[in-house]
Ligand binder design. Structure first.
Ligand code: ADP
Ligand code: MG
Length: 254
């Protein structure tokens, strides 16, 4: 598999806290990679260095072999990296369509010289998109504040699909969702992968994580301590690494 993203020896410190102690991993194209780890293990810090929120103190990121120096989430998005946080950055009072296009609306020329937002094009594109992801969102004018948590995730995912993201990062996307809605978000993560988009999926629910991801890695106190294909590991094994138990076993940690 071609590597989309290479993370090499990334370190990040907040004062006395070493949040990342030299993390290295690669992500293939169209691959769904899971990250497990206890609270404070460094999962969010890791993805924030990939999404332009934090700059690593050391180490480097490569996107398709090219070094990535991200100074903001905006630069990350421009490079094709979309992040879907638990508390989604959607504009509640705007419609679904407006949220997907937010700040990047297609324009048409009125009277041959006046740029205006092409609402007909938006309606058409969004209808196609919502159909494709089976979101059950009635139409593109539905206000985001009237959507369920799962539908909000679907809007964020539709936005990533529409803008042809290369990598979508989901930080505990199902944490606040009902079971049925979680299933749909998991399905959407797989749909992204089917389109060749790579996904990083952080989840505390290990059966769900193993179900959706091709590969999983475990973070423990700022280090990546384990990595395996989902088929070749188990919840028990992940828990042993998440708690540091397996590390003590191997004499790596006291
Ligand atoms: N902006 C920040 N300022 C100071 N400390 C932080 C900041 N972000 C994270 N940390 C610390 O870094 C460590 C890793 O946190 P985090 O990446 O959020 O872990 P996780 O997402 O795995 O729960 C924790 O000790 C946390 O308190
Ligand atoms: Mg976190």
């Amino acid at each position: 598999m071609t590597a989309l993203l290479e993370v090499k020896n990334v370190k990040k410190r907040f004062g006395a806290v070493e949040a990342l102690r030299g993390v290295t991993f690669t992500l293939g194209e169209g691959e769904v990679l899971g990250i497990a780890g206890d609270n404070g293990a460094g999962k969010s810090t890791l993805i924030k260095t990939i999404s332009g929120v934090h700059r690593p103190d050391q180490g480097e990121l490569l996107l398709k072999g090219t070094p990535l120096q991200l100074r903001s989430p905006r630069e990350a998005r421009a490079a094709g990296i979309e992040t879907i946080y638990q508390d989604l950055a959607l504009a509640d009072h705007l419609g679904v369509g407006a949220n997907i296009f937010l700040g990047r609306e297609p324009l048409r020329w009125a009277l041959g010289f006046l740029p205006v937002i092409d609402t007909a094009k938006i309606a058409q594109e969004i209808t196609n998109l919502l159909g494709r992801i089976e979101s059950h969102i009635p139409d593109h004018e539905t206000k985001v504040m009237d959507l369920s948590g799962g539908q909000r995730q679907a809007v964020a995912i539709a936005r990533a699909m529409y803008w042809k993201a290369r990598l979508v990062i989901m930080d505990e996307p199902t944490a606040a969702l009902a079971a049925m809605e979680s299933k749909n978000v998991v399905k959407l993560a797989r749909a992204l992968a089917d389109e060749g988009i790579s996904v990083i999926f952080i989840d505390h629910n290990l059966p769900e994580l193993l179900g959706v991801c091709d590969r999983v890695m475990v973070m423990y106190r700022g280090d990546k301590v384990f990595e395996a294909s989902s088929k070749e590991t188990s919840q028990d094994e992940l828990v042993r690494y998440m708690t540091g138990y397996s590390l003590r076993d191997k004499g790596v940690e006291a």
